[in-house]
Design a protein around this ligand. Structure first.
Ligand code: LLP
Length: 438
């Protein structure tokens, strides 16, 4: 029997029948009730994760400092309701995310609009839907915001996205704060100061401050301390040289989560306390007041609040070569292994009490060899058609990155609560697949 204490997240346990429990719910029963495959999310866990940020940011940075949920990690109506109720703002990166948040009744004044290439239509859409702040990326965008704000007779609150030039020691695709990143303006090259002066010269732009995002799945707290130091020094320089008093400093998202036992446990509250202490010290040294601090966690709010359940279809042993376990999902519902080689923990949810000796690749049902969920997985050697396979920690960047490749309908999201469960996102139908086709 798997020791509950060794499981990667505190909302996972094993029942006396050897079934995997998630948020106290029997995952085998969930499949029976809602069909296969399924994304399952634990509402209480999302709320707990959110509260850690809301409470510690208030405690350590003071009133006015708060987290924004980076909704690219998981964008659907119910998630905006949950994080709104917990006192988080949101980071949105497209008109589609704005539309979804608004449809959920989210307070759009708490939305920050990101992206390195917002079209005029995106910017106009954000303004018309009351998005509180636009995080401007470049000079062309500043000109467009200035013009579109002028046409509407408004003064648009903005932050400027800067790159502090830090290597966050994560994988390349998500290391976004380096000087050569496609995002923002680099402090090191002088581009950040130029962008600031341009923003200050515009009458329809209300420059509140600056933003940076060093990367994603980051465990090294030094990275945040270094970014804070660089950003605050820039804030002080802008104040001294150009009289700009920064009201908000947004440090982005990025704290890592445990996909496997090899990943460290990260204490978010302790990390926030560390960053706060460093920022206060630096602000005092630089002789400036500490602006309100924002953070944009995505993964660390939802990843471990989700898992995916599949049904095993076949077990193929190619003697002397490789073993395959095929499930009824794959890269359309979780492209992260195919894209980044991301590690996951995989369990046979109805056989948690059996030892694991069968080394295999867990693959999907797409017509392509790259359709792999995980390789070198150890499962019970009795694994067979009809077993329930769980991939853990899939609450972030799975549903939001899902596709209909091979015309496979997207999975539903089932939300479990303390004593019940409900459908937060319905399973796609074949009609949904062709609804835009003539
Ligand atoms: N803020 C900004 C401006 C971002 O670009 C991101 C993530 C976040 C916040 C949230 O970062 P988090 O706390 O979730 O690490 N698809 C990739 C992740 C891409 C993240 C992009 N930006 C993956 O599946 O690993």
């Amino acid at each position: 029997m798997q020791d509950v204490k060794t499981m990667i997240c505190d909302n996972l346990s094993v029942s006396s029948r050897g079934h995997l429990l998630f948020g106290g719910h029997d995952t085998v029963e969930l499949i029976r009730q809602y069909g296969s495959p399924l994304y399952v999310m634990d509402e209480e866990k999302i709320r707990r994760n959110a509260r850690i940020y809301v409470d510690s940011m208030k405690q350590y940075f003071g009133n006015g400092s708060h987290p924004l949920f980076a909704s690219k990690a998981a964008s659907f109506k119910q998630i905006y309701r949950i994080i709104g109720q917990e006192g988080m703002g949101t980071d949105v990166v497209s008109a589609g995310e704005i539309y979804t948040a608004k449809a959920a009744g989210f307070d759009m004044s708490l939305a920050y609009f990101h992206g390195n290439n917002k079209t005029d239509a995106d910017i106009a859409y954000a303004m018309e839907n009351g998005v509180g702040c636009i995080v401007a990326d470049n000079a062309e965008e500043l000109e467009a915001i200035e013009r579109l704000a002028g046409e509407r007779g408004i003064r648009q609150k903005i932050l400027l996205r800067l790159t502090p030039g830090i290597d966050p020691h994560t994988y390349e695709a998500v290391a976004t704060g380096k000087v050569d990143s496609k995002f923002g303006a680099a402090i090191e090259t002088g581009a950040a100061e130029e962008l600031t002066l341009l923003a200050l010269s515009k009458s329809n732009l209300d420059l509140w401050g600056f933003h940076c995002h060093v990367g994603s799945q980051v465990f090294d707290s030094e990275v945040y301390l270094a970014a804070s130091e660089i950003m605050l020094s820039f804030v002080a320089k802008m104040q001294k040289d150009h009289g700009l008093v920064t009201r908000e400093l947004n440090l982005g998202g990025g704290y890592g989560v445990r996909y496997t036992e090899a990943d460290p446990v990260i204490n978010i509250a302790e990390n926030i306390a560390l960053v706060a202490a460093e920022l206060k010290k630096t602000a005092a040294r630089l002789g400036i007041a500490l602006p309100c601090i924002l953070m944009e966690p995505g993964r660390s709010i939802v990843a471990d609040a989700g898992l995916t359940l599949y049904t095993v279809g076949s077990v193929k042993e190619i003697k002397g070569y490789k073993n395959y376990v095929s499930v009824d999902g794959g890269m359309p519902d979780n492209p992260r292994y195919a894209l980044y080689g991301s590690a996951y923990t995989v369990e046979i949810a109805n056989k948690m009490d059996e030892s694991k000796e069968f080394v295999c690749s867990v693959v999907g049902r797409c017509c392509e060899c790259g359709d792999i969920l995980q390789e070198n997985v150890k499962l019970t050697s009795t694994v067979t058609r009809g077993d329930i396979l769980a991939v853990l920690t899939t609450g972030a960047y799975n549903y939001s990155m899902a596709s209909n490749y091979n015309r496979i309908p997207r999975l539903p999201i089932i939300m479990v609560t303390k004593d019940s469960s409900y459908v937060a996102v319905k399973r796609e139908t074949f009609e949904d697949l062709i609804k835009n086709e003539i």
